[in-house]
Design a protein around this ligand. Structure first.
Ligand code: FAD
Length: 490
C-alpha cells in the first residue's frame, strides 16, 4: 500500500523529512480555514494554510453569503430591528433540532454581536438595507433578510422574529458567480495575507501524522501526486468541508440526499472526517442535511404546496430550505405547487434573485377537478384540499398550517400546477464532534491532542434543521475558536 492510499494516521517515525513547518497548520482555505488562520496568527502563531485547489475560496466563495447572526448586531439596529441573544437562541433551539448541541448554540448566540463586529473589523462590508420579500437571497446587494422562517409558523409563536441573514455587500451581483460569499471571503483572505499567513496551494491532505503519545504533529499530503510532509508544532486545524461529494459516505449516513448534491463543491469529499475517524474521533448528526427546494419562493408564498396525496403539509410562507427538508425527508420527495392565474401573474411581477426558475406550470386547467385529473391525483384529493383551504381563506385565515394572513387568498380558476417531484438538493451537515474550543473529541469524550476542526467537516449548530447562514456562521465563528485554541496549544 502506498503511503497515501490509507487514511490511517502515519507514525512520525516514518517521516524522514519535513517539506514545510509551522506552528499551526490549517487544512482548507474556505470560510472556517481563513478565520482559523487569522485568529491563530493574531495569537502570535506562525500559520500555514494547505489548500487542495489553486486558491482560497472553497464553497464559501461561491455561496450566497448569508451569515446567520443576531442578538442586536449593529446592522440589525441600524435597520430598526430589535433582537436579543435569548430570542435568537430560542429560535435556533427550535429550528435546528432535534438533538442540537445546546452549549454550542448558546455560545454562538452570546458571541454573535461580537462576531459581526469582528467580520466588519476584518474589512467585510454590510450594506444597511433590508429585503423583506420571500426568497432564497435578496435580488441585489441588500444586507439583511429573514433566512430561516423566523417570521412564519411555528417559529413566530416561539421566539420574537428578527431577520438574521447578514450578507456581505455585493457589488454587481451575479448568482452563482459573484455573490455575498465571494465578498465575504475576499477581504478575509486579504486580511490573512496582510497578517503574514502563509499558504501552499495544490496540496491535498491525505493522512494525519501522530507521535508515539498519539498527538497530532503534522500531516501527510500530496502535491501533483507526490508526497508532502508538513510539521505542525502546535496544532492542525481541519477545515476541509463536508462529505456531500463522497458517494459511499452519503449512501451510508445520509442516503436521502444521495445523488442530489447542491450548494456544495466536489472538494467536499469527507477526507477531514475520515482521517480524524481513523484516530478515534466521535461523529455527530451524520444524517442531517440542508435541503433546498428549487423553486422561486415568490411563487410558493402565493400558492399552496401539496404532496403526492394532494394534501398540504407546510406553511408556504416559510423559509424555502425548511420546505425542502419537509419535501425530501417527510414527503418522499413529492411536491406540487398549485397557483391560480391571478396569483401567478402577481408573482411574476415581483423581484427575485431566482428569476431563472420562472417557467410556466406543467399543467393548467379551468377547474380544480380537471387539474386533479391532469396531475393523476386520486379523485377528490386536491379538490378536498382546495375546498378546505378556500373555506378558511375567505376569512383570511389558515387554521391548519398558520400561513400569515397577508399570503392567504382563496385559490381561484383558471389555475395550474408545477411538478416539483425531485426538485430538491443539498449538502450534509454532520461531521466531527467538537467542543466549544473546536477541539476534536475522541469517542471517549477526551480531546484528541493537537487536532482542531471547524466548518462543515464538523457537526456545528445544526442537528437536523437549517437556516441560511448557519454554515458560514458557525464555520467562521468556530473557525476563529480553532485558530485561537491551536495557537495556544504549546
Ligand atoms: P469551504 O468553505 O468549502 O472550505 C473548504 C476548503 O477545503 C475548500 O477550499 C476545499 O478545496 C479545501 N479542501 C478540501 N479537501 C481538502 C484536502 N484534502 N486538502 C486541502 N484542502 C482541502 N452557507 C451559508 O451559511 N450561507 C449561504 O448563503 C450559503 N449559500 C450557498 C450557496 C452556494 C451556491 C453554495 C455552493 C454553498 C452555500 N452555502 C451557504 C454553504 C457554505 O458555502 C458551505 O457550507 C461553507 O462554505 C462550509 O465551510 P467550510 O469552511 O467547511 O468549507
Amino acid at each position: 500500500m502506498t503511503e497515501t492510499a490509507s487514511v490511517r494516521p502515519l507514525p512520525v517515525s516514518e517521516v524522514s523529512s519535513w517539506d514545510f513547518e509551522a506552528d499551526v497548520v490549517v487544512i482548507g482555505y474556505g470560510i472556517a480555514g481563513v478565520c482559523a488562520a487569522i485568529e491563530a496568527r493574531n495569537a502570535g502563531a506562525d500559520v500555514l494554510v494547505l489548500e487542495r485547489t489553486g486558491g482560497w475560496g472553497g464553497a464559501a466563495a461561491m455561496s450566497g453569503g448569508f451569515v446567520y447572526l443576531g442578538g442586536g448586531t449593529a446592522l440589525q439596529q441600524a435597520l430598526g430591528f430589535e433582537d436579543t441573544a435569548e430570542e435568537m437562541e430560542k429560535f435556533l433551539l427550535a429550528a435546528l433540532g432535534p438533538g442540537v448541541d445546546k452549549a454550542k448554540i448558546h455560545d454562538y448566540c452570546q458571541g454573535s454581536v461580537e462576531h459581526f463586529d469582528w467580520l466588519v473589523a476584518q474589512g467585510v462590508p454590510f450594506k444597511e438595507e433590508f429585503w423583506g420579500e420571500p426568497g432564497y437571497e435578496p435580488p441585489a446587494d441588500q444586507g439583511l433578510m429573514y433566512s430561516g422562517g423566523e417570521n412564519a409558523a411555528p417559529f413566530n409563536a416561539i421566539a420574537v422574529p428578527a431577520p438574521r441573514g447578514h450578507l456581505a455587500w455585493t457589488r454587481d451581483k451575479k448568482l452563482g458567480e459573484k455573490g455575498g460569499g465571494y465578498m465575504l471571503m475576499e477581504p478575509l483572505a486579504q486580511r490573512a495575507e496582510k497578517l503574514g499567513v502563509r499558504h501552499e496551494y495544490d496540496v491535498r491532505l491525505r493522512r494525519l501524522v501522530v507521535d508515539e503519545a498519539g498527538r497530532v504533529v503534522g500531516v501527510a499530503a500530496t502535491r501533483y501526486g507526490k508526497p508532502v510532509h508538513v510539521r505542525a508544532a502546535r496544532g492542525v486545524v481541519l477545515a476541509t468541508g463536508s462529505f456531500a461529494y463522497n458517494h459511499e459516505m452519503v449512501e451510508r449516513y445520509a442516503p436521502k440526499i444521495l445523488g442530489r448534491p447542491a450548494a456544495t463543491v466536489e472538494e467536499h469529499d469527507g477526507i477531514g472526517i475520515r482521517v480524524a475517524q481513523a484516530l478515534g474521533a466521535e461523529l455527530a448528526h451524520m444524517d442531517a442535511t440542508e435541503v433546498a427546494l428549487i423553486v422561486d419562493p415568490q411563487l410558493v408564498a402565493r400558492g399552496i404546496l401539496v404532496n403526492g396525496r394532494g394534501q398540504r403539509f407546510i406553511t408556504e410562507d416559510t423559509y424555502a430550505g425548511r420546505m425542502g427538508q419537509a419535501v425530501l425527508q417527510d414527503q418522499q420527495n413529492q411536491a406540487y405547487l398549485i397557483i391560480d392565474e391571478v396569483a401567478l401573474e402577481e408573482a411574476l411581477e415581483t423581484e427575485s434573485a431566482m428569476s431563472f426558475l420562472r417557467t410556466p406550470p406543467k399543467w393548467v386547467a379551468e377547474t380544480v377537478a380537471e387539474l386533479e385529473t391532469e396531475m393523476g391525483l386520486p379523485e377528490q384529493t386536491l379538490q378536498a384540499t382546495i375546498e378546505l383551504y378556500n373555506r378558511h381563506a375567505a376569512e383570511g385565515k389558515d387554521p391548519l398550517l398558520h400561513k400569515k394572513p397577508e399570503w392567504v387568498k382563496p385559490i381561484g380558476t383558471p389555475l395550474g400546477a408545477y411538478d416539483l417531484r425531485g426538485y430538491t438538493g443539498g449538502f450534509t451537515l454532520g461531521g466531527l464532534r467538537t467542543d466549544l474550543d473546536s477541539r476534536v473529541l475522541h469517542v471517549s469524550g477526551e480531546p484528541i491532542p493537537g487536532l482542531y476542526a471547524a466548518g462543515r467537516v464538523t457537526s456545528g449548530i445544526c442537528a437536523g434543521g437549517y437556516a441560511s447562514g448557519c454554515s458560514l456562521g458557525d464555520g467562521s465563528f468556530f473557525g476563529r475558536r480553532a485558530g485561537v485554541s491551536a495557537a495556544a496549544d504549546k
